[in-house]
Design a protein around this ligand. Structure first.
Ligand code: FES
Ligand SMILES: [Fe+2]
Length: 413
């Protein structure tokens, strides 16, 4: 249980708030590359602030504050020029550095534009996503985590959900929920609705452990019938501080992304790179097949007959910002306690003027992350069960993914 003040400190992500300052030390994905062709703009909301991202006629990417510094019209409706973005209202033109380079209605002799700037932020492309950084300088390097740059077939289901990002992160250090939410609840639904739920999730957790590492917390589980030599314990998988979780198994390496839009909204994405066997296809590393996940029916109920839908049900029903003054934390919530402590420690580092963990100050090609391969001891069958019972079932390339796994299994047998 937390006090209201502790809960507020952990969950308020806007500018000037302690957590807002901590979260502004990291790069975030804010759009898919394919959503922003040459000459297009897109509105972005990140950490409680609004921006306009654009790709100008020369292909330069820029992200600036949404409101024009003249008289505050939205730049998302702007005119994309060969170089820069022009406000639709009176034509002020800005480049990707935030400099104002034209004010057509001002007198020719005016120097006024030299005194006007708009907030501007770096944008980089990686893995078919557009990434930005809105914190203070010096700008850290964009971390090139393995899933975004490895060879394979990229696939990403996403949704915007009406709850605080921390609820989603706490789920990443909560191994016991798997037995119930994805195990027994899934089976209960299957019996009621006439489908067969996967059994791999029901295995009892004999023990769990949470070890800090340089990017967050490695989560380990020992399921009944397993030994400490099994991947789930020996390797485990990491919570990626402060907004991700890396998971994997049998040819599907995945990053689960939870971008805080504001205090009560989160952009969640399940970004997979599929590469089973030796002979899998390799797609353009800058392209990803993206699709929105259906999570809510027209009658307002939540779709819970797939794995990620079950998690979304838990996160959303905990409330826009879960009231942690009313919770009852038990021994099995050890990981949640550890994560809250890590946030507290990192808030203190930021208050002392230091970088929090995981801020990249060195150039690099790839950051390989520890992640189990044989998840739940379920072997290759896990990857195909995950395709059918997880969010990939909504992928427009589901048939292609099925055949990629079938070919890999045939080649192996
Ligand atoms: S409000 Fe943008 S140019 Fe006037
Ligand atoms: Fe889950």
């Amino acid at each position: 249980m937390l006090t209201k003040e502790q809960n507020d400190e952990l969950t308020q992500v806007g500018p000037g708030k302690p957590m807002g300052e901590l979260l502004r030390h990291y790069w975030y994905p804010v759009a898919f590359s394919a959503d922003l062709p040459l000459g297009h703009t897109k509105g972005v909301r990140l950490l409680g602030e609004n921006f306009t991202i654009y790709r100008d006629g020369e292909g330069t990417l820029g992200m600036i504050d949404e409101l024009c510094p003249h008289r505050m019209a939205s730049m998302t409706y702007g005119i994309v020029e060969k170089c820069g973005l022009r406000c639709a209202y009176h034509g002020w033109l800005f480049d990707e550095t935030g400099a104002c380079i034209d004010q057509p209605a001002e007198p020719d002799s005016s120097q006024f534009k030299d005194r006007v700037t708009v907030g501007a932020y770096p944008v980089e492309e990686m893995g078919g996503l557009l990434w930005t950084y809105i914190g203070r300088e010096p700008v850290p390097y964009l971390p090139r985590f393995d899933v975004y740059v490895m060879d394979g077939v990229r696939d990403c289901g996403w949704a915007e959900i009406p709850c605080n990002w921390l609820q989603v992160m706490e789920n990443s250090v909560d191994p016991h929920h798997v037995e119930w939410l994805h195990g027994y609840y899934f089976e209960y639904l299957g019996n009621k609705e006439g489908f067969e739920a996967p059994k791999a999730f029901q295995k009892k957790h004999e023990k769990v452990a949470f070890d800090e590492f340089e990017y967050g917390i490695i989560k380990r589980r020992l399921l009944e019938g397993q030994s400490e030599e099994d991947d789930d314990w020996k390797v485990g998988h990491p919570l990626m501080f402060p907004y991700g979780m890396r998971v994997g198994g049998a040819g599907n390496d995945q990053m689960q992304i939870r971008v805080p839009i504001d205090d009560t909204h989160t952009w969640i994405a399940f970004y997979s790179c599929h590469h089973p066997g030796e002979d899998h296809p390799v797609d353009d590393p800058n392209e990803v097949t993206a699709y929105e996940l259906p999570w809510k029916r027209d009658d307002g109920t939540i779709v819970t007959d797939y794995i990620e839908g079950q998690d979304i049900m838990a996160w959303v029903t905990q409330g826009p910002v879960t009231d942690r003054t009313r919770e009852h934390i038990g021994k099995s919530d050890l990981g949640v306690v550890k994560l809250r402590r890590m946030f507290k420690e990192q808030l203190a580092r930021v208050a002392a003027g230091e970088d929090p963990i995981g801020v990249e100050r060195e150039p690099h090609e790839i950051i390989e992350l520890p992640c189990e391969k044989n998840k739940f001891g379920a072997g290759g069958g896990f990857a195909t069960a995950w395709l059918e019972m997880g969010s990939s079932r909504y992928s427009p390339q589901l048939d292609r993914l099925r055949s990629i796994y079938q070919n890999a299994f045939q080649a192996a047998s």
